[in-house]
Design a protein around this ligand. Structure first.
Ligand code: AMP
Ligand code: MG
Length: 335
């Protein structure tokens, strides 16, 4: 299969490219498209045969359910059976945006989309191209990240092509994206709402509108099937240093002493590693690091025998950045 890359202005104004991509969705095909979090690989969420093609193209395990994307609240009733108060609060506060909500599913949603669960995760993305595509297709779109399963999520169209060339018919190129981390996932089906996956909508932000929010991301493997799998894997092994910036800087310096520094590359933001033969200076702030993190990981992959990353304090968006880095790491060293 030939993969076509179609450039679309990020404004998402209706145009022939989006109309054509929507035609593919309606015909039961898959399309990669930009969202404000990462590039997604979408198919008609209500068409089991179409959704199966997402799992096949990515090599995604069948027990890992998909997020269903909508382009308006009027589509909610077709995919969920109940919206409780905490879900409604989250919807009012953060949609459209990078927050996904687990709710009780409408039986019309095929089992393959939800991996046989009686719940479904819904998101209303803010990206104009995502909204235009879903609206033109006239159906909710199921979409995980548009990478091979287990690999680093795509934040540029070229990342999608590098993973899925010849496996999917269309990639909509809407340029680099805003947040660069997958959405925050909140489960609203239990007694208290629980963050299953941290993201750009942080625990601190959610707490202001849903005071009984729990932050169970560390234990969320139990509640969110996808969390148990290895994610964000580079070919080159990653050693991650966790802790406060000064402490990690000192620990990395000690770790490097006596090593052949030509064989490794250091991604750092505090301390001074600029004299090393291979290094990349990340922004000091996790908010600025998040959008370029995955692109940087893909960019330095195979540039050395080992990647060393200086972590960020796990507060605010730092919690989401560290969640991704801890999954990517083959070794974690606490400073
Ligand atoms: P992604 O693979 O980035 O699209 O992320 C989807 C995440 O949401 C994965 O970690 C899934 O396991 C999780 N997820 C999807 N559906 C459900 C559900 N019904 N209940 C709990 N977690 C879910
Ligand atoms: Mg993914």
């Amino acid at each position: 299969m030939r993969t076509r890359l179609i450039k679309v202005s990020p404004s998402g104004k209706p145009n022939s490219a989006i109309t054509e991509a929507a035609r593919f969705i309606k015909a039961g095909e898959v399309v990669a498209f930009p969202t404000e979090t990462v590039y997604g690989l979408g198919a008609d969420a209500m068409n089991a045969k179409a959704v199966k093609k997402i799992f096949e193209a990515k090599g995604r395990p069948a027990d890992n359910p998909l997020i269903v994307h909508i382009s308006g609240l009027n589509q909610l009733d077709s995919v969920v059976s109940e919206i409780n108060d905490s879900a409604q609060n989250l919807i009012d506060s953060f949609w459209p945006g990078p927050l996904s909500i687990v709710m009780k599913k409408n039986q019309k949603v095929p089992n393959i989309t939800t991996a046989e669960l009686d719940t479904v995760v819904i998101r209303f993305p803010s990206h104009p191209i995502a909204q235009a595509l879903i609206s033109a297709a006239g159906t909710p779109i199921a979409a995980p990240s548009a990478n091979l399963s287990g690999k680093v999520s795509p934040t540029k169209a070229k990342h999608v092509v590098s993973d899925l060339n010849k496996k999917i018919p269309i990639v909509i190129d809407g340029g680099p994206i805003k947040y660069g981390l997958e959405s925050t996932v909140v489960d609203c089906t239990g007694e208290h709402p629980v963050i299953l996956r941290p993201g750009s909508i942080t625990y601190e932000m959610i707490k202001t509108v849903v005071p009984d929010i729990e932050n169970l991301s560390k234990k969320s493997e139990l509640r969110s099937p996808g969390m148990k799998y290895r994610h964000y894997a580079t070919e080159t092994p990653i050693t991650l240093f966790t802790g406060q910036p000064k402490a990690t800087g000192i620990k990395i310096k000690k770790y490097l002493a006596g090593q052949d520094v030509n064989k490794l590359i250091v991604l750092w933001h505090d301390g001074d590693f600029s004299k090393l033969p291979n290094h990349f200076k990340l922004p000091a702030n996790a908010y600025e690091a998040a959008p370029i993190l995955f692109d940087t990981m893909r960019g330095v992959d195979m540039a050395a025998e080992q990647i060393i990353i200086q972590g960020y304090p796990p507060e605010g968006i730092g919690a989401a950045v560290m969640n991704r880095l801890e999954k990517a790491a083959t070794e974690i060293i606490e400073a």
